[in-house]
Structure formats: structure tokens, C-alpha cells
Design a protein around this ligand. Sequence first.
Ligand code: ATP
Ligand code: MG
Length: 569
Amino acid sequence: MRSSNFLLSTLKETPADAEIVSHQLMLRAGMISKLAAGIYTWMPLGLRVLRKVEKIVREEMDAAGAQEVLMPATQPAELWEESGRWGKFGPLLLSFTDRHDRSFCFGPTHEEVITDMVRRNVRSYRQLPASFYQIQTKFRDETRPRFGVMRAREFLMKDAYSFHLDDESLAATYERMRQAYCAIFDRTGLTYRMVEADSGAIGGAASHEFHVLADSGEDAIAYSDASDYAANVEKATTQLVTAEPAVATEAMQRVATPGQHSVEEVAKFLKLPLQQVLKTLLVKGTDTPVVAILLRADHELNEVKVEKLEQVASPFEFANDAEIKAAAGCGAGSIGPLGLDVPIVADHAALAMANFACGANSDGEHLSGVNWSRDLPLVNGQDVRNVVAGDPSPDGEGILSIVRGIEVGHIFQLGDTYSRAMNATCLDENGKDRVLTMGCYGIGVSRVVAAAIEQHWDDRGILWPQALAPFDVAIVPINLQRSEQVREVAEKLYAELTAAGLDVLFDDRKERPGVMFADMDLIGIPQRLVIGERGLAEGNVEYKLRSADQSEDIALAEAVAKVTEQLSK
Ligand code: ATP
Ligand code: MG
């Protein structure tokens, strides 16, 4: 590709509304162009990278035996009514009506459509198991589209679905897909982790997420330093036993804490470490107006876990000020479990506390030196908090660390939720109709591009991993317009590298060398050859890896070999 015939639309300044580095660099490199909130055009440079991700995904899906299909983006409401999701999916679903006043949605996912295709076309167990995939545009009307294509409204997904007569077959395909996902993310050159996405299911989990590790990631991932255990913090389980509380050595006292509301304020005021303060949170209950959740003050409530408790209302909601006042007789800052007449749920770690401080259910007052059994009745321990770094791994091996991740893939054993609702059945060996069981497997193809940049950049721009680079090598001629010799050599190199099957960007623009260098660095081409008269006089060209600090002079005759050799590394 000659840059004179390629839209290089680079920016020097960082766009003000781009918060994270991948969004900034995708705009600065001219990879994407914003059309509306969360809706982007992929420009020629960006599309080349997107296509590279697609190619890897397609090859590994084909290798895993999945068959490619292409489903419509427009989906009739009736299908979603059949599955029961039309009313449930909520504002994420973009719906509209056609001229006949029939309702449709722009597909946020395709379980309904694929299940319909299969029930119409797959009749016998002999055609099973079967997996289908597509690489297709989705629309989700996200509450907060942000970070460019990272959390977009319109985005490119690879979605695959598998169909089986029984759960054993589903488990086998799930495992094959898991391997395909590992192969895909290995090939992209990104650092990633596969994590359990289902609570409590250590080993044989029915759902895994794939996360690219990056500080800007929206998810927190807990992993063990001694085993393979890794899970989304949303779902990671804490130690499931309550340690024996320390011995009660202090007498319980009522202390004045005027104006101290947050647990941090109270701890500071009472000169106690946060670990010595009990936090009481009131949330809406199922059968009672509120339920109290007790946590060590340095721990965070996990809403996903709490919502699963029978006593707690779903969807999860904190009690409001009026409800707090009615239940505890005070403001949110002074609630405590003593004398509180509501169901009480205590985290395991809260039950291990001794001589602690907590609210006294009276504004401006707390209790200190409180102890379980002696001052308030023991309750059963629950897992209702987020794990923190330093917690023991729930599989009993090692200690947990926490890193941030970007969810780029998700595989899931769906079971028969959709097939049953939509009556997708097949004849088994005995000629009997059986409801199919399903798996689904997604990859955020466009999100992978942004995630790759989050992991690979420096102050000059993007540092593409080889497999995703829009071009393998850049040829930058000095004084192309004036030097016949430079032109000849550059053209020859361009022809030879292209003939060798490489993606070459020949920067034949009438620009100053500094501008060309800055652009090639910004767009992140892994290798660069600079052709100038001075070097050529000695039979040399200048070679530089984007990731290296220094360039080196190499013999012109060796340039093609040098570049291709690097590619095969
Ligand atoms: P998230 O938790 O990030 O909202 P999700 O769990 O809703 O994602 P899935 O339904 O599992 O997403 O979709 C499969 C994949 O599609 C995700 O793993 C993610 O990589 C990608 N994806 C989901 N939502 C978006 C989005 N708004 N923009 C870009 N990619 C997305
Ligand atoms: Mg997901």
C-alpha cells in the first residue's frame, strides 16, 4: 500500500473527550471516526486491524468444527416473545416498528435467531452435535457507551452457538471451544487470563470469561498465586468458613461520635484500624422492608452475591433514608446490629471480629468493645463481600491477587433455556423427540482491537503485536521526490517485500522525514526501513523495530531477509 493512496488521518493532539489510551490512540492514529455516541466508522487503517482479528477468530472457529453463518441484524419481536426476553431485556434493546407496525429489534445477541434456524433445519440426531458461528454487527443501547469501541453501542461480535442431544456432548464441545479461545488469544499476542464466571463452581464451571489484562479494565479479577484459580471479583468466593473470633478483652461502651458518619471517619475518631470497625448496611428485603448486612469496614459489599440471598429483594437495592430511619431510628452513619429488629446477614469475616466498634442506632453515637455471643447473638456466616488481595484462595491453594481485566470473550453452557421455550427438538436414536441443549460462545472482535492497544503502547503511539499490526513493515524514503536512487531502491524493496507476502506501507507522501517517522510510530508498524542517499552510498539502509530504542544500519541486500526473519519469530 502506498500512503499517497491510503487515508492516513493522524492527529498530534489528544482528543479531549477520550479518557483511556486506546480510545485516544485509535482517534489519533485515524483508525476510527465517531458518528454518534458509541457508534464509529472503521477507517481504512482500523479496518485492517479488525480484519486481522477476524481472520484469527475465523480460522480457529473453522478448526474447532464450527460452521460459519450470517444472521440478520433485524430480528422480529415474536421470536423474543417466544423466548420470554422481549419484555425482560430492557433498555439495552433497540426496538422499532416497520411500515406494517410490526415490532423488531436490532440484535444485541442471536440465541433466538439461531435456535429458530436450527429447529427449522436440523431434524435428526445424526446432524448433531452442530456448532454455528458468525462475525456480525450487534447493537446494545448501553447506559454509558464510552472508551470508543471498547464499550460501544454498535460493535462487532463473533457469536457461536452449539446444539446437542445431551449435556455430555455439550461439555465436550464446550471444552473444544475453550481450547479454540485459548488458541485465538495466544495468537493475538495479548496477555490474557481465562476466569471462572460462575459462582461457587470451582472446577467444571459452566461459564468462563476471557480477560485481557490492563489497568484500564472495567473488571477486577482475582487469581491464586499457587493454583489455576482465577475468577471475576464479582463472582470470586471468599473463604467459606468463619475463623474463631479473638478473645473478648474489652468491655462494651457507648461512645459519642458527633458528626462522624462514614466508617473511615468513625475509625479515625475512635483511633481504631478499619478492620476493627463493623459496617452495617440496610438493603431491601423480600419479606421484610429491610435486611441488615454486616461487613468488616475495610471490606466491600458484593451486590451480585447479596442479591442471591433469599431474604434480599431482587433486583438489589439499598434502603433509602426513610426506611433506615424506620428500621434503626437513626441516619445511615449510626446503624448497628445491637437491638436492631430486622433479619441480619453477617459476612464470615465480620463474625471473626472481636472488640469492635459499630453504630449504636442513635445519631452521633457508636458502641466500642463489642463482642459476638457476649453482646449480640451469633448468626450464620455468609459470603457477601468482594474478595481482596491477600485473601486465601477458595480452592485452598495460595493467596489471591487482584488485577484488572477487559472482558474480550465469554463461553457459556446455556442448557435448554432457549430450546425449551422455543421448542427446538430433534429425533434421537430411538425416534423420540428430545429438547436440545445449547452452548454459546462470544468474542468482542472490535473490543479486542482496543484491548490490544491498552496493553501495547508507549509515549509515541501504538506498539502492535505482530499478529494484529495493520502493516508488517513501513518503508520510509528520504527525499523520494528528489533522489532517483532513493526512489529506485524504495520501489524495488516495496515490490520484493510485497511479493514475499508482506503487508507493506510505502510512505511515498511529500512529507518531511520527521512527520513520516512520527506517523509510522503513532500507527505502530512493527518494523521500519528508512532509505536515504547517505546510507545507500555505503550500500546500507536503516532498520528499526518499533519496540527498539535504536535503529541499525543493515546492508540493502539483506533488508528483505531481515524483515521476513523478524516476522517468523
Ligand atoms: P460486558 O460485561 O462487557 O457488558 P457482556 O457480558 O454483556 O459484556 P456478552 O453478552 O458476554 O457481553 O458478549 C460477548 C462479548 O462481546 C463480550 O465478552 C465483550 O467482549 C463483547 N461486548 C459486549 N458488549 C460490548 C460493547 N458494548 N462494546 C464492545 N464489545 C462488547
Ligand atoms: Mg459476558
